[in-house]
Design a protein around this ligand. Sequence first.
Ligand code: ZN
Length: 641
Amino acid sequence: MFEIKYKDGAGRAGVFEVRGKKLETPYLFPVINPKRQVLDVKEIERLGFNGIITNSYIIYRDTALRQRALERGIHALLGFDGVVMTDSGSFQLYQYGSVEVSPSEIVRFQDEIGVDIGVILDIPTPPDVGYERAERELEETLTRAKEAARLSRKMLLAGTVQGSTYAELRERAASGIAALGFDVHAIGGVVPLMEEYRFADLARVILHSKLKLGHAKPVHLFGAGHPVIFAFASLLGCDLFDSASYALYARDGRYITARGTYKLEELHELPCSCEVCAEHSARELKGLEAEEREHLLAKHNLISCLEEIKRVRQAIYEGSLWELVEQRARAHPALLEALRVLKGYSAQLERLEPVTKRSAFFYSGMESLSRPAVARHIERLSWIERRGAELVLLPDCEKPYSRTYRLASSERYHVCIASPVFGVIPLEIEETYPLTQHEGVATLDREQLAFMRRVIAEYAQRFTKVHYHISLEFLGIEGEAFDEVSQFRFAGGEELKLRALADYQLGKGAGEALFAGARAEYSRRTGRIRRAFVDGELVATLRASDGIVVPTIAGAERLLRLRYPRCRVVVAEEARQFAKEGKSVFAKFVVDCDPELKAMQEVVVVDESDELLATGTALLSAEEMLEFERGIAVKPRHRRR
Ligand SMILES: [Zn+2]
């Protein structure tokens, strides 16, 4: 069973429970050769791995090994108590064109030797083959998948998505695999893409497979065992990886880092402080006997892989996975190419993007403008009621903007920042993540300029008149230039601000429902709105860290005026009482919800007759909370008294 703990991008950090043993995802399985172990299994375990993958076909084909595996089981054979996953000979099929075992026989064998996660014997179709071949082999894989899914077994089973480099076939394969109830969804046939540095094609393969695989099962990207790709693949929602390269590269004298691979001869320094690199210099490593050098390199390589996996998990936890991916994309142009591919899949990625994170949005170059958070902001600008008839544009400055300029929007003037990262930032919503919580650069690149011009021109169309600060002349905005900011100075406007915040965060009309006639209470320390009242009743608080509107029970009642199922998470009858008592809402009890709901959004929890039970924070997006059988969907906040 798989459960999500933290999310960032389409990536998830979670727990995958395999027959009572738990893997923290994203997880990397070191590949063990059952005949020749460069690193001892005990050593691998000591480094912190509690799951390994080996090849069941190699064991099956070796009479002595097979006998021992059947008698003692795979765990005793390898001397490993953790999770053992096995591959099925699909790689050998790819390399030699045939294997001497039937697809159902090898699945049965994996189960018989006590494997924890087995894999079907799929047909690994290489990239760029003719469409007909790719389709034919995919149909064969699906037939085998159906057969395998029917076999009774104790182990978990992975079904593999094939389809070569054809988007349509990957989607068809993913739909077929998703329908069969496998425990793990694998994406196969990508090793040649990895080897040839075709990361843009790899991105498309993952994106199209993920589109139809659903969310509730862990996704294993087969054969992507190099740290340069972990952050990227995790961002797209891959949860499991396997690495044979740590050992294969070691044999070739190659040294793995998250920035790429070096030949040992090329290294003057060892840019790492793992136990191997701390105890040896580059020169010492070069001078060692082949066997010892291979052993030490394998150990360093595996630690290097593990380090990157941990870095990815931390990035998901703190919400900086996009930043990490953009950093990694600078390691090789092929990775940058892959990052640029994501621009075309912004809508798909936006659905899974949390609305607030622990860490700030860091601009790292023009690709940052294509992040879902930026596209989301621009879309949400249209959700805000346009109360001010005239647009006032000011240059970016120190945040909070309204404090620096000592300005607020009024009925007449809608005051905005011309932002090099978000295009336009209305002062009313500046506190909302990531608008205040972002860092950009003061010197603009050409792409930012074009982006600002486009967003501002489009936004300006909604207003009868545009005033822009004289320093923004370079943008070529149609309108009237001004120098004196104080002419737009205005006190009050708190209802306007509250309504804009609610519209922006919770959708069109939320401001009217929650804050019509609202009065604000300001923090004496920060001067910012902390609480909002309607007719003397507290309806919401504003979270200081990210400007999120947190409705009270009275506020939630007002939000229920919005058409069903807006802002709602609907719980099944059996969980009604728990929700009412202010307990967490588990995903398996969610029967319906606002289809536009995003992770980290504030929600209203209702029962099936739309009666208010509680409020809380959604930890998952709409589609995830409807699909998952495990884990928390809504963290409780207020309950109805
Ligand atoms: Zn090292």
